[in-house]
Ligand binder design. Structure first.
Ligand code: ADP
Ligand code: MG
Length: 377
């Protein structure tokens, strides 16, 4: 399954300008009126009108006509803005196949201007079952004050900031390359998700390595909060890489200890059940962890005030709560009607437990890369 970026070829500079104007207008309008798009873009009405028609044709904009005349970005429209910016600075020039689809992100193979194989993670925090949450007033409240656009960007910015800090401190994480809006570019890890692994040469060593990563994170003032077999990649030499960081919290968070224990226990359970480990595992107590070099403060300083963090956490809770309660409910967002990138056509990689063993090899698939993003401008 590819991300269809072919329309990028046909968009003019003015079209992208109109698209950007709609994005800006969405800061305080759910639907952006044409007059506002004209004034933000600084283009004449004729140019804006042509741009709007073109963008609508390619499903980058949704046009609302009932009761209120205005436009808003679709998922694809927002993707295009981020991809155009990343391609302008050569951070990606090609996009390949999809590696994974989760409830909160889509991950694709990509290539940088230097030909390096990387991964782009497109955060889709607003993607949840609209039907499933129809009755939940909280969701609507949230939707209004913190839109999918804002939350997805916040998730990406947060993940990128954590990746940078962790990579600098030599944690086993992908190398952060770039970030724009809701898309993070990072190195492609050559490995399989741990959940797909049937056998390990030395499971006790792998488990202890992972537990020591959890402890080192806590020493640096951080708790991963989703440290399980779905977010750990392992290569043929049994070296691990930890991924998926937007939900990470500071050890000064009220629930940090509970999150830490949940992480450690879920690792412990996984290794015990799947590999029959027991006494070889060195269990760790949160109270014994000494906070040495706080990275949480560094990351918080990079734009995460309490307000952002609060909104972000409750959005994650809402989505996860809904997902857990509504397992198997068909996922449909209101924007699906406009032909946005599909949401939930494939099953989530989170918690399925039935994933085919070693079915996806995370190695570059060069032949099938689709070179289109480079062609804008
Ligand atoms: P989600 O929030 O959707 O769970 P993840 O960051 O866990 O997102 O990524 C989803 C899947 O994409 C992972 O299970 C993994 O298979 C793949 N993936 C993510 N990042 C990388 C990477 N840097 N290298 C290789 N594969 C990756
Ligand atoms: Mg994940």
């Amino acid at each position: 399954m590819k991300l269809d970026v072919t329309a990028l070829r046909y968009l003019s500079k003015d079209d992208l300008r109109v698209l950007t104007a709609v994005e800006m207008g969405m800061k305080n309008h759910e639907m952006v009126p044409t007059t506002l798009i004209c004034s933000i873009s600084g283009l004449r009405y004729g140019g804006v009108d042509r741009g709007l028609r073109e963008l609508h044709k390619h499903k980058l904009l949704h046009h609302e006509q009932r009761g209120y005349d205005g436009y808003r970005l679709t998922n694809l429209g927002y993707d295009y803005l981020a991809l155009a910016a990343l391609s302008k600075r050569d951070s990606i020039t090609r996009i390949g196949n999809r590696l994974g689809v989760g409830k909160e992100a889509d991950v694709y193979h990509a290539e940088t201007g230097e030909g390096e194989h990387v991964v782009i993670k497109i955060h889709r925090l607003g993607r949840t079952s609209f039907r499933a949450v129809k009755d939940k007033r909280d969701y609507h409240k949230h939707r209004h004050s913190a839109s999918w656009l804002y939350l997805s960007r916040l998730a990406a910015t947060r993940e990128y900031a954590f990746l940078q800090a962790l990579h600098e401190h030599e944690f086993p994480v992908p190398v952060p390359i770039d970030c724009n809006r809701h898309i993070v570019v990072m190195s492609l890890v050559d490995g399989y998700p741990l959940t797909q692994i049937r056998e390990l040469g030395d499971p006790a060593k792998v488990c202890n390595t992972l537990l020591s990563v959890a402890v080192r994170l806590a020493e640096h003032g951080l708790v991963h909060c989703d440290l399980n077999e779905f977010n750990i990649l392992i290569n043929d030499d049994e070296e691990v890489t930890v991924i998926d960081f937007p939900q990470m919290v500071s050890t000064s968070h009220l629930d940090a200890q509970a999150y830490f224990q949940r992480d450690v226990e879920s690792l412990y359970k996984f290794f015990r059940h799947k590999f029959g480990l027991d006494e070889e595992i060195q269990l760790v107590e949160y109270s014994e962890v000494k906070r040495t070099e706080p990275l949480d403060v560094e990351v918080e300083a990079s734009g995460f005030g309490e307000k952002e963090l609060g909104e972000f956490e409750s959005a994650i809770q809402t989505h996860r709560g809904v997902d857990q309660n509504q397992e198997g409910v068909e996922v449909e967002t209101d924007s699906d009607k406009d032909g946005d990138t599909e949401a939930g056509g494939e099953s989530s990689n989170r918690g399925s437990g039935n994933a085919p063993e070693k079915s996806v090899r995370n190695s570059p698939d060069v032949d099938r890369l689709q070179g289109t993003v480079a062609e804008i401008n």
